[in-house]
Write a protein that binds this ligand. Structure first.
Ligand code: F6P
Length: 547
């Protein structure tokens, strides 16, 4: 299906932004702040308990106006409405992108192909709740009558990263006598190390795969089944130790899991947008149904904000536009996400799939090649660790790296001065990046002139500061939805389909071809390029040699 979208670079606001960029590119944040004492208050926005300070960005009032105009001209409003209405905005897969329906209240109605999907969403949530409670209270027993002490989610990509991130992020709220582990990699070490100290009789596997065909997940699932059967020595054990989360009942049954133990979701939920669906089963078991529903409530609050707030106060829209400003005008190649919260240690990894699998595209929705940059590389580490590692480059390197600082006012583990020190570091880093240290200031410290240039901080490094009160399940929901919608905002402006992922297919197909070549006993003829063929031959030859 072809969709007619406005050509980004022909939009009047884009052209005005180009002229504007040339005019303001030399501006320094020192000057912008000096000229407007209220800047730190003015360039902020607050909604649903999230405070966004975007004053330390290389923008003026005019920049903001033009970016907002660009969003209007690109038809962002219409596209937001289309997404929430359940239109098939994922054009290359002819699907709706309705993750927002996963967290909509039961009284809402959202239609896909004439059917209201909200009742089925809540029916699955209720089944998950019933199951999670049984696992948590020990009613769900393993085959030998023991209660479950470890839940292992086997999945990859969106069927892993969301659950891992949420488990780590909400560990404070989780039962400590019922732990979750995650197996994703095809590397046998992942499985071996994960189960090494476990009793199969106390272990429940949640096989999470939208398609139930993904090579890594299905291989790990079969290995898990062998491991359980070897330990418990009864094929009947599968029923008590395996449940499935999928859209594909046929494949689930084919694997040997009773579909009564399957938790369903739907093709209109993209993998990287699925942590609120049944893919969140391990999260719900860990934190309990009430906390899980409160997380969904947080997502929904941000959804409503995104859907209804005017763009100039709309957090995901503002963040999306600021990201585009650096990506498309300053030529920034990456964005650093810096959570000053240890529980968010997997948040950057989660965001990598969300942002880069969504917007790492070069073809627009109408099938032509883009004439502008699309998604930057996302990366990051929790503070303060990054400060003793890569911040050097952010402060004094030659690359412009816009940063997202994420912090919470209340600590979950108040110990001595730790939290004040943590937050002081976060505020200090944003301040240092923006304002730096001039040569005069360095020399005033009695620094010898030969050393002074090394100690100068140019500043003018832009950042957003995102402040929330406390890391609760609800807050996590708001934060994730903030990024989801900011990614969508950018995808709309770049004119791409943020919900497909064709770029993962070629590698999958080539690996499927190479696997039998590595396993074959006879020297089959290799029809690859010379580099790949030599690597395969070398691998085949050396793997046969004794240790
Ligand atoms: O990496 C490609 C991808 O399709 C992701 O989009 C998805 O999250 C992941 O693989 C896992 O897919 P599935 O849930 O079908 O196993």
């Amino acid at each position: 299906m072809m969709t007619s979208i406005p050509l980004l670079t022909r939009l009047p606001a884009w052209q005005a932004l180009q002229t504007h960029y040339a005019k303001i590119r030399g501006l320094h944040l020192r000057r912008l702040f000096a000229e407007d004492p209220n800047r730190g208050e003015r360039l902020t926005a607050e909604a649903v308990g999230i405070y966004l300070d975007y004053s330390k960005h290389l923008i003026t009032g005019e920049t903001l106006e033009l970016l907002l105009q660009l969003a209007e001209e690109a038809g962002l409003r219409t596209r937001i409405d289309a997404m929430f209405r359940g239109e098939k905005i994922n054009v290359t897969e002819n699907r709706a992108a309705l993750h927002t329906a996963l967290r909509a209240p039961v009284e809402r109605a959202v239609f896909v192909d004439g059917q209201n999907v909200i009742p089925q969403v809540h029916a699955v949530l209720n089944r998950m709740e019933e199951f999670a409670k049984r696992v948590r209270n020990g009613q769900w027993r393993g085959h030998t009558g023991k209660s479950i002490r470890t839940v292992i989610n086997i999945g990859i990509g969106g069927s892993d990263l969301g659950p891992v991130m949420a488990y780590e992020a909400l560990r404070h709220y989780s039962r400590r006598d019922l732990t979750c582990r995650f197996v994703s990699n095809i590397d046998g070490t992942d499985f071996a190390e994960t189960v090494r100290d476990l009793d199969a009789g106390e272990t429940l596997f949640v096989i999470s795969s939208k398609t139930f065909k993904t090579q890594e997940t299905m291989t790990n699932a079969h290995t898990a089944r062998d491991w359980v059967l070897k330990a418990l020595k009864d094929p009947e054990a599968v029923a008590s130790h395996f449940v499935a989360v999928s859209t594909n009942a046929e494949e689930v049954a084919g694997f040997g899991i009773d579909t009564a133990n399957m938790f369903e979701f739907w093709d209109w939920v993209g993998g990287r947008y699925s942590m609120d669906s049944a893919i969140g089963l391990s999260t719900m078991i860990a934190i309990g149904p009430e906390h899980f529903r409160s997380m969904l409530g947080g997502f929904h609050q941000m959804d409503e904000h995104f859907r209804t707030a005017p763009f100039d106060r709309n957090l995901p829209v503002l963040m999306g536009l600021l990201g585009l400003w650096y990506n498309n005008f300053f030529g920034a190649q990456t964005v650093a996400v810096l959570p000053y919260e240890q529980y968010l240690k997997r948040f950057p990894a989660y965001l990598q799939q969300l942002t880069m699998e969504s917007n790492g595209k070069r073809i627009t929705m109408d099938g032509t090649e883009v004439a502008w940059q699309t998604a930057p590389v996302y990366w990051g580490e929790p503070g303060t660790n990054g400060q003793h590692s890569f911040y050097q480059l952010i402060h004094q390197g030659t690359k412009l790296i816009p940063c997202d600082f994420i912090g919470f006012i209340q600590p979950l583990n108040p110990i001595g001065r730790h939290h004040d020190m943590l937050m002081a570091n976060m505020f200090a880093q944003a301040e240092a990046m923006a304002f730096g240290k001039t040569s005069e200031e360095v020399l005033a410290d009695n620094t010898p002139s030969w050393l002074a240039p090394h100690k100068v901080f140019e500043g003018n490094r832009p950042s957003s500061t995102i402040l929330l009160e406390r890391l609760t399940p609800e807050a996590l929901g708001k934060l994730v939805a903030l990024y989801e919608h900011s990614v969508f905002t950018q995808g709309v402006l770049w004119g791409i389909d943020s919900f497909d992922q064709w770029g993962v297919e070629l590698g999958k197909a080539l690996a499927a071809r190479i696997i039998p070549e590595l396993e074959s006993e006879n020297e089959s003829v290799l029809d690859h390029d010379s580099s790949t063929s030599i690597l395969i031959r070398r691998y085949r030859m050396l793997k046969k040699l004794p240790d």
